[in-house]
Design a protein around this ligand. Structure first.
Ligand code: CA
Ligand code: CA
Length: 266
């Protein structure tokens, strides 16, 4: 009888434990909010590539490496999905896997060289994400509930504002993912930072979620995940989220043109 009661208590405990891990959402505080939603679509994030990543394969190792190293090359990241599309990884050991082949069409935006191999290297992606009310997967609750998943080989992390949403450590992981619900109390722009590093062998990274519009590949840990986080909601920085300087210049030229016409009439 005692054993039976213990069993029941154990089962109830297990059910409660699994419920709590399902229900747990990462809450992004309102203090991380940067600005209101921009009036124009974004184009993606800023990418940084660091050759010869050395140190320990964990958050502390990454932080100390980034503190004492400058990026080898920078680029524009349309989607955090390398190699782009259905392929998850490339073999970093073969000579055909270069920085430019890994980045695909984004390699045309590389400021540095693109031919170096990507073994023992680290990628950082930074910018802002526009969280809109329309992205709320649970409209019956006040916060904006968005699902994200980050895939990588070997280590990877996702930070929104100062909150570490996912962190996978280690230098010998297969292609894996961390995923779940992230909640925002207010619509608008939030800082994003994604880290992806490779020790050797295979290399790959992919950021997917419940925001529609990106490449709808199979980076889907559940039905809520629609595909790559679309570049339309991503901005390199606040300057890219403000009205485009080019259109302001054109507006300025237009005003000058009208002023010129008035002058000529005199
Ligand atoms: Ca891919
Ligand atoms: Ca909600």
């Amino acid at each position: 009888m005692k054993n039976k009661n213990l069993l029941i208590v154990g089962i109830i405990g297990l059910i409660l434990f699994s419920m709590s891990s399902v229900l747990a959402a990462v809450v992004i505080p309102e203090s991380s909010w940067v600005a209101a939603s921009p009036s124009h679509d974004g184009t993606g994030l800023k990418g940084f590539w660091y050759d010869n990543f050395t140190g320990t394969y964990d958050a502390a190792g990454v932080a100390s490496f980034l503190n004492s190293n400058s990026p080898t090359a920078t680029f524009h990241s349309t989607y955090v999905d390398y190699p782009y599309g259905d392929a998850d990884t490339l073999d970093a050991r073969v000579s055909t896997t270069t920085l430019s082949s890994y980045l695909g069409s984004d390699s045309s935006t590389l400021s540095g060289f693109g031919s170096s191999d990507v073994k023992n290297s680290l990628f950082k992606f930074t910018g802002l994400i526009d969280i809109q009310k329309a992205f709320d997967t649970k409209p019956s609750t006040a916060p904006i509930d968005v699902y994200f998943a980050l895939y990588g080989d070997d280590g990877y992390s996702l930070k929104i504002g100062d909150t570490v949403v996912y962190n996978k450590e280690g230098g010998n992981n297969g292609f894996s993912n961390k995923n779940g619900l992230v909640t925002f109390s207010k619509a608008g722009l939030y800082p994003i930072e994604i880290i992806s590093y490779v020790n050797a062998k295979l290399i790959g990274v992919e950021w997917t979620g419940s925001i529609a519009g990106g490449h709808a590949n199979y980076g889907k840990p559940g039905a809520k995940y629609l595909g790559d986080v679309p570049s339309e909601v991503l901005y390199e920085d606040l300057a890219h989220a403000s009205p485009e300087p080019a259109s302001l210049v054109l507006l300025g030229l237009g005003v000058l043109g009208i002023a010129g016409r008035f002058k000529n009439r005199k």
